[in-house]
Design a protein around this ligand. Structure first.
Ligand code: P6P
Length: 343
């Protein structure tokens, strides 16, 4: 029993790091950021806690099934899609540092700054990616991408705020609503994962400095479309199957990008959504699906290309534009580049 008074210096080093503490620490990397960035990110953490509470109860309340409306993608809106979008818009609009919001569920970007000169950021998100899996209890996710207002962009020119290449992202991440709720984000200083402790409602650091293995044992693609992939893609997948990289691969495909990417980030390997007959430009959206995962993949030591070039180098032309995506470990991506690109 010590007679020393307990002071901050004598407290045992905390094992519990919440995402708020972590963001404040990371915030110091942004010169001049006066806490506005951490306040911005807290809008995302708050909204995703509200979303997960509904996702976890989807089977118990009258929230299953479609809203009946069709969104800008021409997809039937699930009720949870609508709720998730409304919650994110509500929580983020309350952050004065945000000027523009762009969502998979809204055709056009939303001006939310009310004329504030402090509005320096745009947040682009998919409120509930993979939502068609909700009714069968498969993991779904929220993705987000944060960019600064570009030089010279007017307060009332929302498209110019969001149509920036992924390399301009200052932060990106996702929340995967799976067996647990995990937030993964990066502000360009490595990738960090936080597991929601539902007993206290806090995201707690559980995966510090995530690194994608240099090689994995899974490839992840919707094999039903193999006949319509560009031939080299199908041949590449056959290479993986044949063990040409020195190991046998297992196939894993969830059909929810956030969950498929989360596994690839943790276990390595490659996730692909190639061009197909029905989606010749690819199915995944550049701004709020491919860009966030490409940012995280590179921060974790992996790679992300669109079949020809680095995803983060693509200059977007429109908010909902699609792109093919090949993302994963260095070994598999280097082989893809050698085998597919150099032919
Ligand atoms: P398919 C979900 O609808 C989604 O946008 C991604 O989350 C997922 O990776 C992809 O579509 C699955 O598409 O054509 O394989 O069902």
């Amino acid at each position: 029993m010590t007679d020393q008074p307990t002071t901050i210096e004598t407290l045992p080093e905390s094992r519990i790091v919440t995402v708020q503490q972590h963001i404040l620490q990371e915030q110091k990397r942004f010169p001049g950021a006066s806490g506005e960035f951490s306040w911005l990110l807290s809008g995302i953490t708050m909204a995703t806690k509200m979303i997960q509470a509904h996702v976890r109860r989807a089977g118990l309340t009258d929230i299953l099934g479609s809203q009946g409306d069709v969104n800008v993608q021409g997809e039937v809106q699930q009720k949870l899609d609508v709720y998730s979008n409304e919650v994110l818009v509500h929580c983020l609009s309350a952050r004065e540092s945000i000027g523009v919001l762009a969502s998979e569920e809204n055709e056009n970007p939303m001006l939310v700054h009310r004329g504030s000169e402090k509005a320096n950021y745009a947040v682009i998100f998919d409120p509930l990616d993979g939502s068609s899996n909700i009714d069968v209890n498969v993991s779904v996710g929220t993705t987000f991408s944060i960019v600064r207002r570009p030089e010279g962009a007017g307060l009332n020119d929302p498209e110019q705020w969001v149509l920036q290449p992924g390399s301009k992202q200052i932060a990106a991440g996702y929340v995967v609503y799976g067996s647990s709720t995990i937030l993964v984000y990066s502000v360009g200083n490595g990738v960090h994962g936080f597991t929601l402790d539902p007993s206290v409602g806090a995201y707690v650091l559980s995966h510090p400095n995530m690194k994608m293995p240099d090689v994995g044992k899974y490839y992840s693609v919707n094999e039903a479309y193999m006949q319509t992939f560009p031939p080299r893609y199908a041949e590449y997948i056959d290479r993986l199957r044949s063990g040409v990289l020195g190991q046998k691969y297992a196939s894993r495909y969830i059909g929810s990008m956030v969950a498929d990417f989360h596994r690839t980030l943790l276990k390595g390997g490659v996730f692909l959504y190639p061009p197909t007959a029905s989606n010749p430009e690819g199915k995944l959206r550049l701004l709020y699906e491919a860009n966030p995962v490409a940012f995280l993949a590179e921060q974790a030591g992996g790679m992300a290309i669109d079949g020809k070039r680095r995803v983060l180098d693509i200059q977007p032309d429109s908010i909902h534009q699609r792109t093919p995506l090949v993302v994963g470990s260095r070994v598999e991506l280097a082989d893809f580049e050698r085998f597919v690109l150099e032919k």
